[in-house]
Design a protein around this ligand. Structure first.
Ligand code: ATP
Length: 347
């Protein structure tokens, strides 16, 4: 793979407390990779090490084919060709939009700087705001300017840290879309930090899921959702129904039916995880159906969430298309969708 940005075997500690363990991140030019994980898992630290805002302790950072940080080697942030966008816009309040964007282009002559500012503003659809001051702009508009400012010096790599989290839902989805198109068109290697799985799936070509400073899985959104490597990754992408069981004769029994597992030894204690959309709901037809009582149905907009009590005991959730069938039916039958059912050894 051609390298846009590469972190190899990066480990890091603060005051003797390890926060990153042997982290690898590879991003090709034009690729969008999301670092996804819960608060405190080390995402921002990885980003800061890539930018050079934090001194690397162990491992190597490359940008294109150049080593920018390694044992005994350190290139200053401003020489790395990296654009940064953070959650809090960080625009200079006393400078107008043109001067905010032009600030990082002081080494350009006036005509070139003016043109670069206009080009950057056009890319984010903000050319009419060139003389505005930050306090005259909404949060979404300020973040567009922050993106334009990061793009103006034509960086080789873009690093985004929770760039949309301060915005309301409508602004967020609008700006996600603009950001994705702008960065893809520019062919820039991009890493975006987020704790929101939906945002990562919307934006990313690849997602790197982290927990406690370690990479749990690196793959496409599709791979992570349909083939999670472990319990943590499966549950991080949304609610799951969980059943404890044990492998007997290559089969795991659950209240929702039996699951054949090829490669797990008999006697192994397992957790079976089923996404709510992995419960197929139908009308009760014959006596062999696995049945459940419908306790409640809540509309989530495009889909509905059914609260179900199985005859065998546990309470489960099913996510169904909004008008699949008369949802008020007292009893329904359930079958499992194997694509949405995962079996992991416990612990
Ligand atoms: P969040 O989404 O909350 O920002 P994160 O995944 O980005 O979390 P980091 O900010 O990288 O996580 O922090 C990882 C760990 O390192 C945390 O436990 C944090 O408290 C600690 N940490 C981060 N920066 C420093 C620092 N400068 N000094 C000491 N500890 C730090």
């Amino acid at each position: 793979m051609t390298i846009g940005l590469s972190l190899q075997h990066v480990s890091h500690e603060f005051g003797g407390t390890p926060v990153l363990h042997d982290v690898n991140v590879d991003v090709a030019p034009g690729e969008m990779v999301c670092l996804l994980g819960p608060s405190g898992c080390g995402k921002t630290t990885a980003l800061r090490l890539a930018a050079g805002l934090e001194k690397l302790q162990t491992g190597t950072v490359r940008i294109h084919d150049e080593v920018v940080a390694a044992a005994g080697q350190y290139l200053e942030p401003e020489k790395r060709g990296v654009g940064l966008v953070f959650q809090d816009y960080a625009l200079f309040p006393h400078l107008d939009v043109a001067r905010n964007i032009g600030f990082g282009l002081r080494h350009y002559d006036d005509a070139r700087r003016k043109q670069a500012v206009i080009d950057a503003l056009k890319r984010v659809g903000m050319e009419d705001f060139i003389h505005s001051y930050p306090h005259q702009l909404s949060g979404g508009q300020q973040q567009r300017i922050a993106l334009a400012r990061a793009l103006a010096p034509t960086p080789r790599v873009m690093l985004l840290d929770e760039p949309f989290s301060g915005l309301d839902v409508a602004r967020r989805s609008e700006l996600r879309d603009t950001t994705l198109h702008v960065l893809k068109n520019a062919g820039i290697a991009t890493v975006m930090v987020t704790h929101d799985p939906e945002e990562a799936m919307y934006m990313a070509d690849r997602i790197i899921v982290m927990n406690n400073g370690r990479v749990m899985q690196d793959g496409t959104p599709e791979e992570l959702y349909f083939r999670p490597a472990n319990h943590f990754v499966a549950s991080f992408f949304g609610e799951v129904n969980r059943f404890a069981s044990k492998v007997e004769n290559g089969v795991v029994s659950t209240p929702l039916g039996d699951i054949t597992v090829g490669d797990v030894a008999d006697g192994t204690e397992v957790d079976v995880l089923v996404r709510p959309e992995g419960l197929r709901i139908g009308q009760v037809i014959n006596g062999h159906d696995i049945r459940a009582n419908v306790d409640a149905v809540r509309s989530l907009g495009g889909v509905s969430l059914m609260h179900l009590s199985l005859a065998a005991g546990p309470h489960v959730h099913a996510r169904v298309p909004r008008r699949i069938f008369p949802l008020k039916a007292g009893q329904v039958s359930i079958t499992l969708d194997p694509e949405m059912t995962f079996v992991f050894p416990r612990g």
